[in-house]
Design a binder for this molecule. Structure first.
Ligand code: GDP
Ligand code: IMO
Ligand code: MG
Length: 431
């Protein structure tokens, strides 16, 4: 029996995002009653395939596809309410019911405002070579205001309309000075922004709740909870490849403050890693294959951003980077995804160390200056020709594929308990 059938589980990315967290959270949620998003915002794009239907979520927890499951957006998330309702309307139109019956939003959650998106886009386009390559969803500026405090707006503020009006007007007048001087951008008109957020707030209020208190009661009642991480450990604001990271605590460690639960809440830490590496946006990527191998992986894996449709950068599996991420997160088991993408290659390579300034580095330093200079040391393993997406049992995989799984498991140092060979729920092999 695998451990996620018992206790509470955190699911998180072990690379630079898009590892297939959505698919695995959906799979695990068959055995859960509550799903919680604890970090990030609409910069996330999680894909779920159910019976040939493809759904992408950005803010909605993936538990909305399981009837009877309660979904919580916790305080660690930054919420763009316009995007949330676009998502809710899109899901409703496709027959996926979303209402306060199965979705609640923490009153402590911070709001993404139009000026955050404007600032994100303006800063990116004026940064030239040093642009981070953000999703332009206003994520960084919203978290910056959260820390700043006096210029932030939370979900709780939506219920007091007069106060909201006053805050939006005063923040806009301050913002306009900055926009003019720094970006020569046109001024914001506070009134339509207030009216838009007042209306969004009226629609949001039935969903607003005390998520921390709900979680306490669910824990006391013994309900099984899945914490749905967004992004990944190597994009974490503190532990990722700074400054080419996102602005939240998106390793497994972020779940405690991001959801408002103590460490004893979670027993299972399920890291998700793909059988190779990808990255969207800028930043160091030692095993990147800007060549025919990279193109092979991108086309077979459909490696185009779920949120921005940007082509993802592709490369070989980096065991040094993943071991770092796995150790950081206290991974208890791993789901290995997208193994089917590597079928057809003569040789598959794994990065087992780095050469740096004449010496060997056998551990990951999440530091730009080091990573920009390292040269990967590869181990080559025989590939496998057969397509494996029709396999339904681990034993059916070709021997070379099983060897590859075993080798990366021993390099990363955590048990691979699930292997995914396609985007559908049914294409998940227990090991
Ligand atoms: P997330 O952000 O971690 O949830 O991942 P994304 O949804 O952004 O990207 C993962 C992509 O891979 C999605 O299109 C999934 O449908 C797809 N996917 C997930 N697991 C597998 C797999 O094992 N094989 C293949 N071929 N596709 C997969
Ligand atoms: P999921 O949850 C992949 C990347 C962006 C950019 C950097 C900063 O789908 O795995 P931001 O807009 O967050 O300020 O951008 O972080 N990024 C992701 N890349 N998957 C994600 O989420 C990402 N979320 C942010 O591409 O390089
Ligand atoms: Mg994604």
């Amino acid at each position: 029996m695998t451990s996620f059938l018992q206790g509470n589980t955190c699911v998180f990315g072990l690379q630079w995002g898009d590892e297939g967290k959505g698919k695995i959270v959906d799979y695990i949620t068959e055995h859960a009653e509550v799903v919680v998003r604890y970090c990030g915002g609409a910069n996330a794009g999680h894909t779920v395939r159910i019976g040939g239907e493809k759904y992408s979520t950005h803010l909605l927890p993936v538990g909305i596809f399981r009837p009877g499951v309660m979904n919580l957006i916790a305080n660690g998330v930054v919420l763009d309410p316009e995007t949330l309702f676009q998502e809710i309307d899109g899901m409703t139109a496709r027959g996926v019911a979303v209402s306060p019956q199965n979705l609640r939003v923490s009153y402590k959650t911070h709001l993404v405002m139009p000026w955050h998106k404007q600032e994100d886009a303006a800063r990116e386009s004026s940064s030239g070579e040093s642009a981070i390559g953000t999703t332009k969803r206003g994520i960084g500026p919203t978290y910056a205001d959260k820390m700043q405090r006096s210029t932030a707006i939370r979900v709780a503020d939506l219920q007091f309309e007069e106060r909201l009006e006053q805050r939006i007007s005063s923040i806009c007048s301050e913002r306009n000075k900055v926009l003019k001087v720094l970006y020569d951008a046109p001024p914001l008109d506070w009134k339509p922004i207030f009216e838009q957020y007042r209306d969004l707030g009226r629609r949001l209020l039935p969903y607003v709740d005390d998520v921390g208190h709900l979680l306490l009661n669910y824990r006391k009642a013994g309900k099984r909870i899945v914490f749905e991480g967004a992004h990944a450990a190597l994009l974490d604001i503190d532990h990722g490849t700074y400054p080419y990271v996102t602005s939240s605590s998106c390793s497994a460690l972020g779940l405690y403050t991001g959801a408002g639960v103590p460490p004893q809440t979670v027993q299972n830490f399920v890291g998700i890693m793909k059988a190779y590496s990808t990255r969207v946006g800028g930043g160091p990527f030692p095993t990147e294959q800007d060549n025919s191998t990279g193109i092979y992986i991108r086309e077979r894996g459909n490696e185009y951003g779920t949120t921005t449709r940007r082509p993802r950068r592709c490369g070989w599996f980096d065991a040094v980077a993943v071991q770092y991420a796995s150790d950081l997160c206290g991974t208890t088991e791993i789901a290995l995804t997208l193994l089917d993408v590597l079928s057809g290659l003569d040789v598959v390579k794994i990065c087992v160390g780095y050469k740096h300034r004449g010496s060997t580095l056998d551990y990951f330093r999440a530091d730009m200056d080091t990573l920009a200079e390292v040269e990967p040391i590869y181990e080559s393993l025989p590939g496998w020709k057969a397509e494996i997406s029709a396999c339904r049992h681990y034993a059916e995989l070709p021997g070379e594929a099983k060897n590859y799984v075993k080798r990366i498991e021993s390099l990363v140092g955590a048990k691979i308990s699930m292997v995914s060979v396609g985007p559908e729920r049914t294409q998940t092999l227990m090991r």
